[in-house]
Design a protein around this ligand. Structure first.
Ligand code: KG4
Ligand code: ZN
Length: 957
């Protein structure tokens, strides 16, 4: 709208050139007459070059329209026509001036009611011709925005919020005719809502209000409210990240409440509902909150785009609704908090008037902008805002700096307001378990210096946001109207550049990268369920299952992760071998292309079932190998599990037998030994590399280990792949059921995709399953009764050592699966699940900006007594529905395979393989743990921190 006005103005400027010279002298001492007729007020004023008002007249049609129940354009036009001449004359008279004294005439040409605007324009043109005065076209909204400069020293640029009966907009005023529109109402204006509600409520029937405009009547009624919480009105556009406004929904809700109350009290004719004051208060408060939120977004936008230097942080509020003191006070609180100076013209200059038009005329006159002396016929009204151009950037990113604006500014759910007056949203929010903290922490917020919002957990107290606190309409009780939270989540102190990395430095820090779980635990003890860390990136640890659920319930097309950064870099540097960084490190559409292609073959239950027999055969051979070789408990059993899973994966994935138990493969230079070493070499450095940056500049030893390991896995995979492809060219092997066989047939997948997924499989399958099986054996070995339960369950399902295992049996083996589940609760493959937030979100009342890397701390949470009974005990029964010890565990507490589309693609296969291994081992042996307490080393995945020391005693049944 404003931009289109500018185009129009540029055209008209050409006409002013010849005139310029003759007026140079008078430009410095000019008296400007302004005419305003855009709506229902006939206004005229004369000001001098200093902005002194020499004369002003306003003929308001308010009373007439009040009687008619709204503005009727024809009536308004008639009244303008009738009053325009007397209004102008009276103004000249008051100023004691005649036409010779007037330098130019300014007149509103847009926006407004066409019939009304036309009267002002025609009369101004008539005067221009008659007295030979230049005309200056004025934009009504620009005039509202600029008039504050008449009485206050406000220099460009500044932010303006214009709220009236016809408009609601936020704009950046960069110059007299340079406006950047940041947002505007997508439906009606706040003044219009006040007017309509006042009318519908029949406020006019109260003598005191009978002469007032709707907005003023609502304001007065609201100040008499007795119950501010009686009506709950929805806050508009809470999920919209732009600076736009909307009032339609609010209007409808008020009308609905009014209707409801009228029915309830059987209200008739001229009567008002008894709760009229409370309803007005609810309307006023909600309007005011909406205005505050949007304005804050605009402030954020200006800040993030460096549009307003610090010394120019100024907000001008104008338009009829700006007369409202409650609204203005709320905005003042906002400005105080964000170091803005706030200005509003005196009330008579906020509502429509001739002075603002004259002032705008003067500002243009002094700069020779839009002064039209010839061809005044070229000027015309522009009634409707054609091509409204809102600055789209205002929509894009307001939150980069980490401040909130968009989403409903709710108090943290477990906040108690010190004044006991309940906040709108507060009552509807669920309470999170207050006893979730070790300190027994009942959390509370208190307000110091009336505005800062604190969050208390145990002994600690953190500032989490800013409360817009101000005197209430009733009895001056101080209450919180809005809370603006920032990314102020508690966490270790962060310093510039290094952030919180120092915590992990060997001498300084108390955290250890190989014991992330301990750091996570310390963080939780110290800071509670939501902890911020800044090791170079913005990291958020989430511990409470409800919050974890909220994180995963974010609707994201391609859930993103930040991990395997160095591996990603390595693979992308070899485009001849890889198309992408692989399933683990890739994000966005590229990730989805490979994930969706491989998904079906990998994770369908039918597909998993077809491997039961083959896997069982391999496991049986493993048992025989144990039987013959009798591994000692001084050996680390993990190395044998590595070989077992390499065999299983080789068969399932590639139809390849690595024969890793054969004597010649035991050598550390053998193929199988080198594959196992390479998989470990890849995995073990991932996390340290993710956290470090040095490898980006020079090839650090860790990076070299990673690339050497990847190279070896690549070589093996390419050999297998080429071999398989040449083979297929000759004849099809009907017995080959391997994943690779199905992958080769996929459309849209080429050899480089295949190499990538094969390396991923070797990397991701061996260590994860062998560590998990190690932990499961550790827990079972220390809980003989659980082994017996497995043994009996399998026996009851008619399986013997000699029988073949079937998919059916596996699905009925509830106890075995619960053992695995319980072991994974205590010792998941990784400490939690990572996500990069793709949208801002609110967690626990904190604003978490988009781009934050969230780590759900499932492992720590799964070991907390508030979520699991006797949490450190290995108790598979807690997962079994029929058991007396069954517990209703939060579904997001233990997520060992991740969540959603980014969860482990091979989950079914992995679970199946591990169940078969456990069943066969326990069928044959009683297993005893010979080592000490088993802990973890947090590499990318959690590795046992000591050898797996087991002794196997054959069962004698
Ligand atoms: O700026 P204005 O005089 O006319 C337009 O350009 O629309 O604004 C008039 C609007 C009316 O809707 C009126 O109800 C509202 O401003 N208004 C108020 C108050 N005084 C006037 N709204 C809320 N509180 C007030 N005190
Ligand atoms: Zn106006």
């Amino acid at each position: 709208m404003i931009l289109s006005l500018l185009k129009h103005h540029k055209l008209s400027r050409n006409f002013t050139k010849p005139f310029e010279i003759s007026l140079v002298t008078s430009r410095n001492c000019a008296k400007i007459l302004g005419i305003e007729t855009s709506c229902d007020d006939t206004g005229c004023a004369i000001i001098n070059e200093k902005g002194d008002i020499l004369g002003e007249t306003l003929h308001s049609q308010n009373l007439i329209h009040l009687r008619y129940g709204g503005i009727i354009p024809d009536v308004a036009q008639d009244l303008h026509r009738k009053y325009i001449e007397p209004t102008v004359h009276k103004t000249l008279e008051l100023a004691q001036l005649n036409w010779l004294d007037i330098a130019a005439i300014a007149v509103t040409l847009e926006p407004g009611l066409p019939l009304s605007l036309a009267i002002g324009m025609k009369y101004a043109k008539h005067l221009s011709r008659k007295y030979n005065k230049p005309l200056i076209p004025v934009h009504h909204m620009e005039a509202h925005a600029l008039v504050a400069r008449m009485q206050h020293n406000i220099s460009f640029p500044y932010l303006t919020l214009l709220i009236s009966g016809g408009h609601c907009l936020l704009a950046l005023v960069q110059g007299v005719n340079k406006f950047q529109l940041l947002g505007q109402s997508i439906d009606c204006a706040p003044g219009e809502v006040f007017d309509k509600v006042a009318r519908r409520m029949k406020l006019r029937n109260i003598p005191e209000y009978s002469q007032l405009c709707g907005g003023r009547a609502v304001e007065m009624a609201a100040s008499k409210a007795t119950d501010l919480n009686l009506f709950q009105l929805p806050l508009p556009l809470v999920d919209h990240k732009d600076c736009n406004f909307s009032f339609n929904g609010l209007k409808t809700s008020v009308m609905y409440q009014l209707f409801r109350k009228e029915k309830e009290h059987s209200i008739e004719a001229d009567k008002l509902i008894p709760e009229a004051n409370d309803l007005c208060a609810a309307l006023l408060m909600t309007t005011s909150r909406h205005l505050v939120h949007r304005t804050q977004r605009a402030m954020d936008f200006c800040h993030n785009n460096n549009l307003l230097p610090d010394e120019k942080k100024q907000l001008v509020v104008s338009g009829g609704v700006a007369c409202n003191n409650y609204i203005f006070n709320t905005l003042t609180e906002l400005c105080n908090e964000f170091d803005y100076k706030i200005y509003r013209p005196e009330p008579k200059l906020c509502t429509d008037n001739g002075v603002m038009i004259a002032w705008n005329g003067l500002e243009k006159w002094q700069r020779n902008i839009d002064v039209v002396s010839k061809n005044i016929n070229s000027l015309d009204i522009k009634a409707i805002n054609v091509d409204t151009e809102v600055d789209n950037r205002a929509e894009v990113r307001v939150l980069a700096g980490g401040t909130l604006g968009s989403t409903s500014p709710t108090l943290p759910p477990d906040v108690v307001e010190p004044w006991g007056s309940s906040h709108g949203e507060l009552s509807r929010l669920p309470h999170s378990p207050g006893d979730a903290t070790p300190s027994g922490g009942y959390r509370q917020v208190s307000f110091r210096k009336s505005k800062k919002l604190y969050y208390r957990e145990g002994e600690q107290q953190f500032q989490v946001g800013v409360g817009i606190v101000h005197k209430s309409l009733v009895n001056n009780i101080v209450r919180v109207e809005s809370v603006i939270t920032k990314f102020l989540v508690p966490g270790p102190k962060s310093y510039p550049i290094i952030g919180t990395l120092y915590k992990y430095w060997q001498l300084l820090g108390d955290y250890d990268t190989e014991a992330i779980d301990k750091a996570a635990w310390l963080n939780w003890r110290k800071y509670g369920g939501l902890v911020k860390e800044e090791p170079g990136i913005r990291l958020l640890h989430v511990y409470e299952p409800q919050l974890i659920e909220s994180v995963f319930r974010q609707k994201e097309r391609y859930p993103a992760r930040r991990s395997h950064v160095a591996m990603h870099h390595y693979r992308l540097s070899k485009p001849q071998v890889y198309n992408t960084g692989g399933l683990l490190s890739t994000n966005g559409p590229d990730w989805w292309r490979i994930r969706s292609a491989f998904q079906k073959n990998f994770s369908s239950p039918q597909n998993a079932k077809q491997y039961v027999q083959e896997v069982d055969n391999i496991v049986k051979r493993f048992i025989q190998w144990i039987h013959h070789n009798k591994p000692s408990h001084h050996d680390d059993f993990l190395q044998y599990l590595n070989r077992l899973y390499l065999e299983i994966i080789g068969k399932i994935a590639f139809n390849e037998e690595f024969q890793s138990f054969s004597p010649h493969e035991q050598d550390h230079k053998s193929r199988s030994s080198k594959i196992i070493a390479a998989a470990f070499g890849s995995n073990s450095g991932i996390m340290k590399l993710d956290n470090g940056i040095m490898w980006r500049f020079l090839k650090t030893p860790l990076y070299r280990t990673l690339s050497k390991s990847q190279e070896y896995l690549e070589k093996i995979c390419m050999e297998i792949l080429l071999n398989r492809i040449t083979f297929y060219e000759k004849e099809k092997d009907e017995t080959d059921k391997s994943l690779l066989d199905s992958f080769i047939r996929l459309p849209n997948i080429d050899l480089r995709d295949l190499t990538g997924i094969m390396v991923d499989i070797l990397m991701a399958a061996i260590d994860t399953t062998s560590y998990t099986t190690s932990f499961a054996l550790y827990h079972l070995a220390r809980n003989q009764e659980c082994q017996d339960n497995i043994f009996n369950e399998v026996l009851s399902l008619h399986s013997t050592e000699e029988n073949e295992l079937t998919a059916d049996l596996l699905s009925n083996a509830v106890y075995v699966r619960s053992c695995l589940k319980e072991s994974l609760r205590l010792n998941p493959v990784s400490i939690g699940v990572g996500r990069i937030l793709q949208n801002d979100m609110i967690l626990k009342g904190f604003m978490i900006p988009k781009g934050t890397v969230v780590v759900t701390q499932n492992m720590v949470a799964s070991r907390l007594p508030q979520y699991v009974n006797d949490p450190l005990r290995f108790k598979p029964e807690r997962w079994i529905r029929d058991s007396e010890q069954f517990e209703n565990i939060h579904p997001y507490l233990s997520l060992p395979f991740g969540f959603g589309p980014r969860s482990c693609i091979a989950r079914r296969l992995a679970e199946q393989n591990m169940c078969i291994t456990l069943i066969r081992l326990i069928q044959k042996y009683k297993i005893t743990w010979m080592g000490g307490e088993l802990g973890i080393k947090t590499l990318l995945i959690n590795k046992p921190d000591q050898p797996i020391s087991l002794s196997f005693t054959p069962r004698t049944t």
